[in-house]
Design a protein around this ligand. Structure first.
Ligand SMILES: *[C@@H]1O[C@H](CO)[C@@H](O)[C@H](O)[C@H]1NC(C)=O
Ligand SMILES: *[C@@H]1O[C@H](CO)[C@@H](O)[C@H](O)[C@H]1NC(C)=O
Length: 232
Protein backbone atom coordinates (compact mmCIF):
# COMPACT_ATOMS: atom_id res chain seq x y z
CA UNK A 1 0.00 0.00 0.00
CA UNK A 2 1.39 3.39 -0.84
CA UNK A 3 1.09 6.32 1.53
CA UNK A 4 -1.91 7.86 -0.23
CA UNK A 5 -3.88 4.60 -0.03
CA UNK A 6 -3.05 4.26 3.64
CA UNK A 7 -4.18 7.80 4.36
CA UNK A 8 -7.43 7.28 2.45
CA UNK A 9 -8.06 4.08 4.37
CA UNK A 10 -7.42 5.75 7.75
CA UNK A 11 -9.62 8.69 6.81
CA UNK A 12 -12.51 6.43 5.83
CA UNK A 13 -12.20 4.45 9.08
CA UNK A 14 -12.25 7.71 11.01
CA UNK A 15 -15.23 9.04 9.05
CA UNK A 16 -17.30 5.90 9.47
CA UNK A 17 -16.63 5.79 13.22
CA UNK A 18 -17.60 9.45 13.50
CA UNK A 19 -20.79 8.75 11.60
CA UNK A 20 -21.67 5.85 13.91
CA UNK A 21 -21.00 8.09 16.94
CA UNK A 22 -23.26 10.86 15.62
CA UNK A 23 -26.00 8.37 14.81
CA UNK A 24 -25.80 6.82 18.29
CA UNK A 25 -25.98 10.28 19.82
CA UNK A 26 -29.19 11.34 18.11
CA UNK A 27 -32.58 10.54 19.52
CA UNK A 28 -35.05 8.08 18.07
CA UNK A 29 -37.68 10.78 18.22
CA UNK A 30 -37.01 14.51 17.95
CA UNK A 31 -40.50 16.06 17.78
CA UNK A 32 -41.84 18.97 19.79
CA UNK A 33 -42.85 19.04 23.42
CA UNK A 34 -44.48 21.68 25.55
CA UNK A 35 -43.76 22.39 29.21
CA UNK A 36 -46.21 24.47 31.24
CA UNK A 37 -44.60 25.80 34.45
CA UNK A 38 -46.66 26.27 37.62
CA UNK A 39 -45.23 27.56 40.90
CA UNK A 40 -46.41 27.52 44.52
CA UNK A 41 -45.89 30.93 46.11
CA UNK A 42 -48.51 30.95 48.82
CA UNK A 43 -47.22 29.92 52.27
CA UNK A 44 -50.77 29.69 53.59
CA UNK A 45 -51.98 27.54 50.70
CA UNK A 46 -49.05 25.26 49.82
CA UNK A 47 -51.01 23.12 47.35
CA UNK A 48 -51.97 26.10 45.19
CA UNK A 49 -49.91 26.28 41.99
CA UNK A 50 -50.30 29.18 39.56
CA UNK A 51 -49.13 29.48 35.95
CA UNK A 52 -45.63 30.91 35.57
CA UNK A 53 -45.11 30.41 31.83
CA UNK A 54 -44.56 28.04 28.94
CA UNK A 55 -41.47 26.44 27.47
CA UNK A 56 -41.69 24.88 24.02
CA UNK A 57 -38.96 22.50 22.88
CA UNK A 58 -39.34 22.58 19.11
CA UNK A 59 -36.62 20.01 18.44
CA UNK A 60 -35.47 17.54 21.08
CA UNK A 61 -32.28 16.70 19.18
CA UNK A 62 -30.94 20.21 18.79
CA UNK A 63 -32.49 21.45 22.05
CA UNK A 64 -34.13 24.40 20.32
CA UNK A 65 -36.49 26.08 22.82
CA UNK A 66 -38.70 29.12 23.16
CA UNK A 67 -39.72 30.52 26.53
CA UNK A 68 -42.73 32.74 27.36
CA UNK A 69 -43.26 33.71 30.99
CA UNK A 70 -45.70 35.97 32.80
CA UNK A 71 -44.25 38.86 34.88
CA UNK A 72 -44.90 38.47 38.62
CA UNK A 73 -47.80 40.53 39.94
CA UNK A 74 -47.28 42.71 43.03
CA UNK A 75 -49.11 40.13 45.16
CA UNK A 76 -46.92 37.33 43.82
CA UNK A 77 -43.77 39.36 44.50
CA UNK A 78 -44.81 39.80 48.12
CA UNK A 79 -45.62 36.09 48.41
CA UNK A 80 -42.17 35.22 47.07
CA UNK A 81 -40.64 37.73 49.50
CA UNK A 82 -42.35 35.96 52.39
CA UNK A 83 -41.17 32.54 51.18
CA UNK A 84 -37.63 33.92 50.97
CA UNK A 85 -37.68 35.65 54.36
CA UNK A 86 -38.94 32.51 56.06
CA UNK A 87 -36.32 30.46 54.17
CA UNK A 88 -38.87 28.19 52.48
CA UNK A 89 -38.61 26.29 49.23
CA UNK A 90 -39.79 27.70 45.94
CA UNK A 91 -41.61 24.79 44.28
CA UNK A 92 -42.11 24.45 40.55
CA UNK A 93 -44.34 21.93 38.81
CA UNK A 94 -43.61 21.22 35.17
CA UNK A 95 -46.40 19.72 33.07
CA UNK A 96 -44.75 18.13 30.04
CA UNK A 97 -47.11 17.63 27.11
CA UNK A 98 -46.23 15.76 23.94
CA UNK A 99 -48.08 13.49 21.51
CA UNK A 100 -48.10 10.77 24.21
CA UNK A 101 -49.90 12.86 26.86
CA UNK A 102 -49.02 14.83 29.98
CA UNK A 103 -46.32 14.02 32.58
CA UNK A 104 -45.76 16.11 35.70
CA UNK A 105 -42.44 16.81 37.43
CA UNK A 106 -41.85 18.66 40.68
CA UNK A 107 -38.62 20.54 41.38
CA UNK A 108 -37.61 23.03 44.07
CA UNK A 109 -34.94 25.50 45.09
CA UNK A 110 -34.37 27.96 47.92
CA UNK A 111 -36.82 30.87 47.57
CA UNK A 112 -34.14 33.13 49.06
CA UNK A 113 -31.59 32.18 46.38
CA UNK A 114 -34.16 32.84 43.64
CA UNK A 115 -35.02 36.25 45.10
CA UNK A 116 -31.36 37.25 45.51
CA UNK A 117 -30.63 36.22 41.93
CA UNK A 118 -33.53 38.45 40.77
CA UNK A 119 -35.49 35.52 39.32
CA UNK A 120 -32.61 34.18 37.26
CA UNK A 121 -32.77 30.42 37.00
CA UNK A 122 -31.85 27.46 34.82
CA UNK A 123 -34.18 24.70 33.71
CA UNK A 124 -32.68 21.31 32.77
CA UNK A 125 -34.88 19.08 30.64
CA UNK A 126 -33.41 15.55 30.68
CA UNK A 127 -34.25 13.12 27.88
CA UNK A 128 -33.46 9.43 27.62
CA UNK A 129 -32.24 7.86 24.36
CA UNK A 130 -35.80 7.52 23.03
CA UNK A 131 -36.43 11.25 23.52
CA UNK A 132 -38.77 10.75 26.49
CA UNK A 133 -38.52 13.38 29.22
CA UNK A 134 -37.12 11.79 32.40
CA UNK A 135 -36.71 14.91 34.54
CA UNK A 136 -37.28 18.65 34.61
CA UNK A 137 -35.00 20.31 37.16
CA UNK A 138 -34.79 23.94 38.14
CA UNK A 139 -31.58 25.32 39.59
CA UNK A 140 -30.60 28.77 40.80
CA UNK A 141 -27.06 30.05 40.46
CA UNK A 142 -26.85 31.41 44.00
CA UNK A 143 -27.47 27.90 45.26
CA UNK A 144 -28.22 27.51 48.95
CA UNK A 145 -28.57 31.13 50.11
CA UNK A 146 -30.21 31.40 53.53
CA UNK A 147 -29.70 35.14 54.18
CA UNK A 148 -33.00 36.76 53.27
CA UNK A 149 -34.15 38.21 56.60
CA UNK A 150 -32.84 41.60 55.40
CA UNK A 151 -34.75 41.56 52.08
CA UNK A 152 -35.80 45.16 51.38
CA UNK A 153 -38.67 46.59 49.33
CA UNK A 154 -36.26 47.60 46.57
CA UNK A 155 -35.08 43.98 46.41
CA UNK A 156 -38.69 42.95 45.91
CA UNK A 157 -39.45 45.62 43.30
CA UNK A 158 -37.02 44.05 40.82
CA UNK A 159 -38.71 40.64 41.10
CA UNK A 160 -40.91 41.08 38.06
CA UNK A 161 -39.53 39.14 35.09
CA UNK A 162 -38.11 35.64 35.16
CA UNK A 163 -34.83 35.27 33.34
CA UNK A 164 -34.68 31.58 32.48
CA UNK A 165 -32.17 29.55 30.48
CA UNK A 166 -33.46 26.17 29.31
CA UNK A 167 -31.04 23.34 28.51
CA UNK A 168 -32.08 20.07 26.94
CA UNK A 169 -29.83 17.28 28.23
CA UNK A 170 -29.54 13.88 26.53
CA UNK A 171 -28.85 11.08 28.99
CA UNK A 172 -26.74 8.24 27.62
CA UNK A 173 -27.73 4.74 28.79
CA UNK A 174 -25.19 3.55 31.35
CA UNK A 175 -23.18 0.46 30.40
CA UNK A 176 -24.57 -2.62 32.14
CA UNK A 177 -21.80 -4.74 33.73
CA UNK A 178 -21.72 -8.27 32.31
CA UNK A 179 -21.51 -9.96 35.71
CA UNK A 180 -22.93 -13.35 34.72
CA UNK A 181 -20.32 -14.15 32.08
CA UNK A 182 -17.53 -12.87 34.32
CA UNK A 183 -18.61 -15.30 37.08
CA UNK A 184 -18.80 -18.14 34.54
CA UNK A 185 -15.28 -17.33 33.37
CA UNK A 186 -14.00 -17.37 36.97
CA UNK A 187 -15.74 -20.72 37.53
CA UNK A 188 -14.15 -22.24 34.43
CA UNK A 189 -10.72 -21.01 35.49
CA UNK A 190 -11.17 -22.40 38.98
CA UNK A 191 -12.20 -25.81 37.63
CA UNK A 192 -9.26 -25.79 35.25
CA UNK A 193 -6.92 -24.99 38.12
CA UNK A 194 -8.33 -27.88 40.13
CA UNK A 195 -7.77 -30.27 37.22
CA UNK A 196 -4.23 -28.94 36.79
CA UNK A 197 -4.90 -27.77 33.26
CA UNK A 198 -3.77 -24.21 33.55
CA UNK A 199 -0.35 -24.72 32.05
CA UNK A 200 0.20 -22.37 29.16
CA UNK A 201 -0.62 -24.49 26.07
CA UNK A 202 -0.83 -21.60 23.62
CA UNK A 203 1.03 -22.06 20.38
CA UNK A 204 4.62 -20.91 20.08
CA UNK A 205 3.57 -17.94 17.91
CA UNK A 206 0.74 -16.88 20.30
CA UNK A 207 3.24 -16.78 23.16
CA UNK A 208 6.14 -15.03 21.46
CA UNK A 209 4.60 -12.89 18.69
CA UNK A 210 5.71 -9.66 20.38
CA UNK A 211 9.36 -10.77 20.06
CA UNK A 212 8.97 -12.23 16.58
CA UNK A 213 7.23 -9.31 14.86
CA UNK A 214 10.13 -6.78 15.22
CA UNK A 215 12.57 -9.41 13.87
CA UNK A 216 10.33 -10.05 10.83
CA UNK A 217 9.99 -6.32 10.20
CA UNK A 218 13.77 -5.87 10.39
CA UNK A 219 14.24 -8.75 7.93
CA UNK A 220 11.68 -7.23 5.52
CA UNK A 221 13.34 -3.81 5.68
CA UNK A 222 16.79 -5.16 4.97
CA UNK A 223 15.43 -7.38 2.17
CA UNK A 224 13.73 -4.47 0.39
CA UNK A 225 16.69 -2.14 0.93
CA UNK A 226 18.97 -2.70 -2.12
CA UNK A 227 22.06 -1.20 -0.44
CA UNK A 228 21.83 -3.69 2.43
CA UNK A 229 21.75 -6.51 -0.14
CA UNK A 230 24.81 -5.19 -1.97
CA UNK A 231 27.01 -5.06 1.11
CA UNK A 232 27.83 -8.71 0.89
C1 LIG B 1 -49.06 29.39 28.37
O1 LIG B 1 -49.98 28.48 27.82
C2 LIG B 1 -51.30 28.59 28.35
C3 LIG B 1 -52.11 27.46 27.78
O2 LIG B 1 -51.85 27.25 26.44
C4 LIG B 1 -51.86 29.98 28.00
O3 LIG B 1 -53.14 30.11 28.57
C5 LIG B 1 -50.94 31.03 28.60
O4 LIG B 1 -51.38 32.34 28.21
C6 LIG B 1 -49.50 30.84 28.13
N1 LIG B 1 -48.67 31.77 28.86
C7 LIG B 1 -47.66 32.45 28.27
C8 LIG B 1 -46.90 33.40 29.12
O5 LIG B 1 -47.39 32.29 27.09
C1 LIG C 1 -5.37 -25.44 26.04
O1 LIG C 1 -5.83 -26.52 26.79
C2 LIG C 1 -7.21 -26.41 27.19
C3 LIG C 1 -7.52 -27.58 28.10
O2 LIG C 1 -7.07 -28.79 27.57
C4 LIG C 1 -8.10 -26.40 25.95
O3 LIG C 1 -9.47 -26.25 26.32
C5 LIG C 1 -7.69 -25.21 25.10
O4 LIG C 1 -8.45 -25.19 23.91
C6 LIG C 1 -6.20 -25.28 24.78
N1 LIG C 1 -5.80 -24.08 24.08
C7 LIG C 1 -5.08 -24.10 22.96
C8 LIG C 1 -4.75 -22.75 22.37
O5 LIG C 1 -4.71 -25.13 22.44
Amino acid sequence: MNLLMKLTFLASVWLSSTFVYVKANSLEYDGWLNIALFHALDIDDPSKFTLRGNVTVTNRNTGLVSVAQEPLSLQDRNKLKRLAQENRLYRLEAHVTDSEGVTKFLTSSKACALAKSQLTDVLWVSLDHTGTVTAVTQSVNNGNLNECADLSNSDVDVLDEFNTDVYVKHTEPAPIPDTASFIQKMEREREARERGETKDNRSFFAKYWMYLVPVVILLLISATNPEAGQQR
